[in-house]
Design a protein around this ligand. Sequence first.
Ligand code: ZN
Length: 89
Amino acid sequence: MEQKSKKIPERTCVVCRTKGPKANFIKVVKTADGIFVDKNGKTNGRGMYICKNKECISEAVKKRAANRVFKCECPAAVYEELGKIDEFD
Ligand SMILES: [Zn+2]
């Protein structure tokens, strides 16, 4: 649920703590069905944000960042999918 506000909501990269509008980040989302890479930004759930750059993505994969953020075992498939992301718009 988004609250109306004059400010653009900022997201924070879990790796480097850079803040910015959500368009700058890849979102990984945890829902009742599991954890997914949210490519279109439309999945509702608890989100985790990673900068759209290779450094942050590879760090997130290496450190298994989602396990820490979501406090659970994130499926390897999620990290594989993140690792395959090499095109950013
Ligand atoms: Zn980052």
